[in-house]
Design a protein around this ligand. Sequence first.
Ligand code: PSV
Ligand code: MN
Length: 389
Amino acid sequence: MSVDTAKLFAQLDQQAIELPSWAFGNSGTRFRVFPSAGVPRDPFEKIEDAAQVHKYSGIAPSVALHIPWDKVDSYSELRAHAEGLGVKLGTINSNTFQDEDYKFGSITHSNPVIRQKAIDHHFDCIDIMHETGSRDLKIWLADGTNYPGQDDIRGRQDRLADSLEKIYARIGENQRLVLEYKFFEPAFYHTDVPDWGTAYAQVAALGERASVCLDTGHHAPGTNIEFIVAQLLRLGKLGSFDFNSRFYADDDLIVGAADPFQLFRIMYEVIRGGGYGNDSDVAFMLDQCHNIEDKIPGQIRSVLNVQAMTARALAVDTKALNEAQLAGDVLAANDIFMDAFYTDVRPTLAAWRESKGLNPDPIKAFNNSGYLKQIAETRVGGQQAGWGA
Ligand code: PSV
Ligand code: MN
């Protein structure tokens, strides 16, 4: 093994991508949900499926939960189940978007009773985090308005700050609060946390253990997402990613499928800004749905896409790039950057897998394992999990 390959392998060893439990349930659009055979009936089965992704890829050691979708009687039992399968429970996602009371908002609501109900839900999530051993509480709010004048957008911002302060005061010493932004949907005139600037302003007011979650599907078309990555890393406030890809809106398609070059550019800025590897606190999560493709191989494909673009980003000749930049050599600099993007890293990644005792072709290995057939045959009866339960 050459020195460079050894260095690259050591860097690849540091990659960890968290899987969303909800990716294993049925999902769809408002037009139709196509159910799949063998879909998990409960959080325990979701974790079993997630463990398969880690077993074949070697880079997906934890699973994020969504509460109440993943509500169980015993979180320590769920944790033991996960650990027995070689994975951990990760980020706890709160959910204040499916309750009748939250029609006009949750932690931003003008009614203090409803606001407190939403805050209490976050307190419950924090209790769960203590049992699951989770570090991050991730908050995404559906809060917003549909019509100009509908509510006092400034007042909502003040209530948001106040509620977040109460939630932040509850999180443990080794825990973090990450606030996710999104500029539309389900509210269409304004959302209360539309962009990285608002999320940054809110978490900066809270303190050190609060940071921003960047969901790649939550920006207007054409937004330079890697610039936001660079900016948040520079400010020390990039907490986590929700990875997915999109052609139009918040499509939640397989990360790296719609625009691999964008994923490469993002990973380059992550590495450039110190957000990658054992020394970094940035969490890399998927937030996706697999509506028409098989879910487990869909998740394997997703983590492999992130790994491939990470390997390409690690291949950028940063010294030569820096020289070309300083010399003002526009074309040379761009050439160096593109050269890394066009590098075929597939043989290198196959060799990395073999060095870990993994099959060089994880999707083929999974498909040959018979797991999908087995779950289709054994998971009969009960209620299949879906996005929302
Ligand atoms: C909202 O669109 C979001 O990205 C949030 O992260 C939610 O928790 C998640 O999707 C649910 O899929
Ligand atoms: Mn998300």
